[in-house]
Design a binder for this molecule. Structure first.
Ligand SMILES: [Mn+2]
Length: 320
């Protein structure tokens, strides 16, 4: 039996379903969870979405957002459930502290990250999928379950955010096939774009222009670095900014292969976000400093002054 058939079978056999995802849920985790909840409900079963972290209000335009729960660290609450569906999480540890609160009879894993941890009773994993949302769409198709416009919007948000609005390497033919079906149901791409990216505070643009002024090229123009200096954290509310956005336009800078954001979170504590356009593996670079991530996107934190840390990291980037 295919994993999608097994997923539908397990849902049918369960009285109640709990849906969760990784810590700091992103658009893919939240959109996939909201769609999955609707799918479970179409079987007239109880479904709740609960995670370790409070979801970002950035996604509150999605229907059902207000019913999403999170459990604070240290809570002794026990959640007994027939079926736990874990989304967008390669390892069980990725769901965070809530792992200790959930007692599930069966577990389903649905994910698009490469991993060898098959922690589910059913594992629906496809590393070629651009987003977990694509796989959740596959479960709907398998069951011939009708997508409402609201559910289609949740899946659109999942796929659009994980592909950088269809501009990243993971965007594939199947992505557009699914998106075309979602648009046919009534999702409006321009409305989704504005809802996810467009509604920003003035502080965001002020921070962005400060950050833009720190742009420097290294390694004969192959490495671009930008900075967020310590005083800007408070002044521009940097903690609530999606720094991913700073990389979007840098990608278009001619000749650049690797991008680094040096973020002075505390005096003498620098968090680095690393991005690669294709050949250079930034995950390996992050691992040298105790961090991790993916081949094209990774991060790490180094103690020390900004100038010292910059020198330390940049000296490790060897590009031809
Ligand atoms: Mn994802």
């Amino acid at each position: 039996m295919s994993p999608t058939k097994k997923i539908l079978e397990l849902i049918r056999q369960s009285r109640d379903v709990t849906i969760t995802y990784h810590v700091n849920p992103d658009g893919d985790a939240l959109g996939s969870a909201l769609a999955m909840k609707d799918l479970v409900r179409s079987f007239k079963k109880k479904a709740v979405i609960i995670g370790s972290d409070k979801p970002s209000p950035r996604y509150n335009f999605l229907s059902g957002f207000n019913s999403i729960k999170f459990l604070s660290w240290g809570s002794s609450l026990k959640i007994n459930t027939d079926l736990l569906i874990v989304l967008d999480s390669p390892e069980m540890d990725r769901i965070g502290h809530i792992r200790n609160n959930i007692i599930a009879k069966k577990i389903i894993k649905i994910d698009h990250h490469l991993s060898h941890e098959h922690f589910g009773d059913v594992n629906y994993v496809n590393a070629k999928a651009a987003a977990t949302g694509e796989l959740v769409f596959g479960v709907f198709s398998q069951g011939r379950i009708k997508l409402s416009r609201e559910t289609a919007r949740a899946l659109y948000a999942a796929i659009a955010t994980d592909t950088g609005f269809f501009s990243q390497e993971n965007t594939r033919k199947e992505t557009f096939e699914i998106i075309s079906k979602l648009v046919a149901i009534g999702v409006l791409p321009d409305e989704m774009y504005r809802a996810i990216c467009g509604e920003r505070e003035l502080k965001y643009f002020q921070l962005e222009s400060q950050v833009r002024n720190t742009l420097v090229l290294h390694n004969k123009g192959r490495v671009a670095s930008i900075e967020i200096k310590y005083p800007w954290n408070k002044k521009y509310d940097a903690a609530n900014t999606d720094t991913n956005d700073f990389f979007a336009s840098l990608k278009c800078l001619r000749g650049v292969q690797v991008m680094v954001l040096f973020w002075e979170r505390k005096p003498k504590e620098i968090k680095m976000s690393l991005r690669s356009r294709k050949t250079f593996n930034v995950c390996r670079l992050a691992q040298i400093f105790g961090g991790g991530g993916h081949r094209l996107a990774a991060g790490c934190t180094i103690k020390g002054s900004l100038s010292h840390v910059k020198q330390k990291l940049l000296s490790q980037i060897k590009l031809r």
